[in-house]
Design a protein. Structure first.
Length: 254
């Protein structure tokens, strides 16, 4: 595994079947296909092959639903990389209506064992990358008369835990950022919601703190995606700005 800055691949999708009050338009999802192990911040040496295989599956699902998709690679720590991705997305689909900031990594160590590079990697991906994406997306949304920004946060943004200093800081910051930009853009017809899932059955399970061979009780990525779609269906005059999601029946504490 090669150690690098956080790299994500963004899926740019145009899904016709999603209903909305006014229109159904193109949207961008950061981290739709990940080039980074979210539990370690490392990049696999066979990144291109893995991403190609994952995107082929994503595109198949989208096309089966009547939409189209392209994949664009970006570095969430670099503003110009994100700006170029947004320009390419708008050029491909004629505009931007929805942004889902989904990319995220977590490195879990006691603070005295956490390197400055690891701290930077988590903050750049989970917080600064969201800022860059929102900053670039908002002008395109304003041109179309509005839009919707979804920030995928975590209950770690309200519940700190040992070993989570970088991750907690990034998610606490993301929650505050989401609340602030919601007030910045609400009168431009742009809605902002942030979703805080609890335990989700993802690659984060590789981290020792979350490893569980019996993960069937955890939320799935599909559960989070459904929450995004349901929020998007809300009437335009309503806004559920903050959503907490938990597994309904986690293991009982002994």
């Amino acid at each position: 595994m090669e150690k690098r800055r956080s790299i994500e691949v963004s899926g740019v999708k145009h899904l016709n079947p999603i209903p909305a009050a006014s229109r159904r338009g193109p949207f961008v999802v950061s981290g739709a296909i990940s080039g980074t192990d979210p539990a370690s911040g490392t990049v696999p040496t066979d990144l291109d092959a893995q991403c190609a295989a994952m995107f082929a599956n994503v595109r198949r699902l989208i096309e089966a639903a009547g939409g189209t998709a392209i994949a664009l690679r970006l570095d969430l720590a670099e503003e110009e990389s994100i700006a170029a991705m947004m320009r390419d997305a708008v050029s491909a689909f004629g505009g931007l209506d929805i942004l889902v900031n989904n990319a995220g990594i977590g490195i879990f160590k006691p603070v005295d064992q956490l390197s400055p590079e690891e701290w930077d990697s988590v903050i750049e991906t989970n917080l600064s990358g969201v800022f860059y994406c929102c900053r670039e997306a908002i002008p395109f949304m304003r041109r179309r008369g509005g839009g919707y920004i979804f920030n995928i946060s975590s209950l770690a943004g309200v519940n700190p835990f040992a070993g989570g200093s970088a991750y907690n800081a990034s998610k606490f910051g993301l929650n505050g950022f989401s609340e602030a930009i919601m007030q910045d853009v609400r009168y431009d017809g742009i809605r902002v919601s942030y979703i805080m899932p609890g335990s989700v059955d993802t690659a984060f399970n590789h981290a020792p703190q979350f490893r569980d061979p019996n993960a069937g009780w955890k939320l799935s990525g599909e559960d989070i995606a459904k929450a995004v779609i349901d929020l998007y269906k809300f009437p335009a005059k309503s806004l559920a700005s903050r959503i907490e999601m938990r597994p309904s029946q986690p293991p009982r504490k002994k």
